[in-house]
Design a protein around this ligand. Structure first.
Ligand SMILES: C[S@@+](CC[C@H](N)C(=O)[O-])C[C@H]1O[C@@H](n2cnc3c(N)ncnc32)[C@H](O)[C@@H]1O
Length: 271
């Protein structure tokens, strides 16, 4: 039997890992053969998946630029933040407002370790990492470390970008988001992107199998189901749309089918 590969940090590199699969699809380098094999299977069944992942990242960048700039948000809670990659949230937010503060939250200890290493290397202030589970938002919002860093009596932006499709209906995904939203101060923003249930069945099956191997269940949802995550908040223009169409820098016109569609939106809690 082959020895399990592991890095000095004790990371299991033998089992595919959801965050590293996504990193590979994005063109990143923090991934291992098992991750690449799982990702390559998905890319074979849907070669456009890389463009969809890149479009999701670009959406995140445009949203954070808007929030930290025009919307005047200075506090960001990025849940399911993923491995550090190009144009990380703190870099984008601080380009618009150098005082912006960012908490990166992820369930995966590998992600937390990589994020800490990046932040230490860059000597970045106003940023911290926290290992937490989006399914337990109370534990994140009530954590003393998070509260010492963010003033939750003031508006914040909660980013849940490409993460809620890993929370099933049995786990009460909508209830989780509602309870989280109820705790946010007026003027806070909710940012969600999510896999839409619009892929051909064979593409959906391969994606679900790939993530299942990585221990994650992918639950694509319809646009109506995803819109319900914003209940109690007011969706900003242009509403919930294909991420490529959320306030694009250049007009996108008629969008070609994506094979794998991620939709996203931004909503504000009114005073
Ligand atoms: C597809 S990546 C998205 C990364 C980043 N938000 C983006 O859109 O570019 C999903 C991330 O969610 C994390 N994740 C999955 N389930 C989670 C949970 N229950 N709580 C917190 N993070 C979770 C994974 O570890 C992974 O890093």
């Amino acid at each position: 039997m082959r020895e399990r590969e592991s890095t000095p940090g004790g990371i299991d590199t033998w089992t595919p890992n959801g965050a590293r699969i996504y990193d590979y699809i994005l063109g990143g380098r923090d991934n291992y053969p098992a991750d690449r094999a799982a990702a390559d299977k998905m890319l074979q069944s849907n070669p456009a998946a890389r463009n969809t992942a890149l479009a999701n990242r670009a959406f995140l960048g445009r949203v954070v630029t808007h929030l930290a700039g025009e919307a005047g948000i200075t506090q960001f809670l990025d849940i399911g933040s993923g491995l550090p990659t190009q144009r990380n949230v703190h870099e984008v937010a601080q380009a618009a407002n150098p005082d912006a503060r960012v908490v990166y939250v992820d369930l995966d200890p590998t992600v937390i370790r990589h994020s800490q290493a990046l932040l230490e290397r860059d000597g970045t202030g106003n940023v911290m990492t926290f290992q937490g589970d989006v399914r337990k938002p109370g534990r994140i919002l009530e954590a003393p470390r998070v509260n010492a860093f963010l003033d939750l009596r003031q508006p914040i932006a909660v980013l849940m970008v490409a993460v809620l499709h890993f929370v099933s209906d049995e786990e009460d995904a909508h209830g989780i988001v509602r309870r989280l939203g109820d705790k946010l101060a007026p003027g806070s923003h909710l940012v969600i992107s999510h896999t839409a249930d619009e892929s051909p069945p064979e593409v959906k099956a391969v994606a679900q199998q790939g993530f299942r191997m990585a221990g994650a269940m992918l639950t694509p949802r319809t646009r109506a189901e995803i819109t319900r995550f914003f209940d109690g908040f007011e969706l900003l223009e242009p509403g919930l749309v294909d991420v490529r169409a959320w306030r694009p820098e250049q007009p996108v016109g008629e969008l070609p089918p994506a094979g794998w569609t991620i939709v996203g939106g931004v909503a504000r809690r009114d005073p």
